[in-house]
Ligand binder design. Structure first.
Ligand code: BEZ
Ligand code: FE
Length: 355
């Protein structure tokens, strides 16, 4: 049962609030009832704007400063959204039910909440905010792209030159190779790890498909002194994100398709270097300009080349990864890139996330 909002006593709040909030203490707190103004005050808005501030002011003194700031902003935007669109109780309930259904559908193999956020472009935007460097230099580090919900921790460590493909004889087998290097010096990076994953030609990741062997089309490769890597994979195909749940329903309501252009995912990490989570995209894919989750960047588009005289591959894909040391990344980071976001990235890379 929803608890009624109880405002903390004025005195206690004025001891702990920021200067912005102190100013707001002078406003009346009518808790959503438009009765706080004198009868002669001209009505400037159909809804009581003081209500939003009273909800923000309910935050207690033990909330962290980041939590206080982010939630105040969220409350303001969500309230403005509701007022601007005059959201009805039925529409709000449909939204709540969509979130509940996403929760019920989510398992260790399916992350419907993330899918919902992806189809409105939020993961891509947050990725850009977190990792974009202030410099527009052409020798910038490899761009990042969203992680997506299908990464798995602890993919098998494989030897250079091995294939990540099992029991898929009729795919477009591809030899991928390149160097992991420092983006400023061009020096090869030793002991860099490439964690790679992609879908089978049926459009499914192995954890979605009982006919694929465990960890199919996944692997981790570690570079030697020369920073070079090479392995066999498939030239991937475009595929639909899962659309049998709320994310699919929302796509349908928005008259949108669920397709992602063909891509390969990577997490590239190395000692002293800022890890990157990224994807590379087949430039020739027909969905290259209308990715359902808005993750494509020009610099991440690649060309698959025909490979002659290799019985194990029809295509070849040369690609170098450019990493920045933590120090260089910090120097060039946009204001607003926080220590917290960097340490969360490290958690993902070191295996505490994923399924
Ligand atoms: C993916 O590329 O694996 C993916 C990304 C976002 C939503 C669904 C799938
Ligand atoms: Fe993917």
């Amino acid at each position: 049962m929803q608890q009624p909002l109880i405002l903390a006593p004025e005195k206690k709040r004025s001891q702990t609030n920021t200067s912005d909030e102190k100013t707001d203490q002078t406003q009346s707190h009518t808790n959503g009832i438009s009765g706080g103004k004198s009868a002669t005050t001209p009505q400037t808005h159909r809804f009581d704007l003081d209500f939003t501030q009273s909800v923000i002011n309910a935050t207690g003194p033990k909330a962290s400063s980041r939590m206080r700031k982010v939630m105040a902003s969220l409350i303001r935007h969500v309230h403005d959204f509701a007022r601007e669109n005059e959201v009805t109780v039925e529409e709000w309930m449909a939204g709540v039910e969509m979130i509940n259904e996403a929760g019920r559908m989510s398992t260790d193999k399916r992350n419907e909440g993330q899918l919902l956020s992806d189809i409105i472009g939020l993961e891509s935007l947050v990725d850009e905010i977190t990792y974009k460097l202030a410099t527009d230099a052409t020798d910038a580090p490899t761009s990042t792209a969203i992680l997506g919900p299908f990464w798995r921790a602890n993919a098998p460590a494989r030897k250079m030159g091995e294939s990540i493909v099992h029991n898929i004889p009729d795919g477009d087998h591809t030899f991928m190779h390149g160097t992991v290097m420092d983006y400023l010096t061009g020096e090869p990076i030793e002991a860099a790890e490439l964690d790679v994953w992609h879908t089978a030609p049926n459009g499914l990741y192995e954890q979605q498909d009982e006919n694929q062997v465990d960890f199919n089309l996944r692997g981790r490769f570690t570079t030697g002194k020369d920073g070079r890597y090479n392995f066999y994979c498939l030239r991937p195909t475009s595929y639909p994100i899962p659309y049998d749940g709320p994310a699919g329903k929302l796509l349908q309501l928005l008259d949108r398709h669920p397709m992602r252009p063909a891509h390969i995912h990577f997490i590239v990490s190395a000692p002293k270097y800022k890890p990157i989570i990224t994807q590379i995209f087949d430039r020739r894919d027909k969905h290259i300009t209308d990715d359902a989750v808005f993750a494509v960047k020009e610099s991440l588009m690649v060309d698959f080349l025909r490979r002659e005289s290799d019985p194990k591959a029809d295509f070849e894909l040369p690609y170098d990864f450019r990493l920045a040391t933590f120090e260089d990344a910090k120097k060039n980071s946009l204001a607003g890139t926080t220590e917290e976001s960097a340490s969360f990235g490290a958690d993902v890379v070191h295996g505490s996330g994923g399924h």
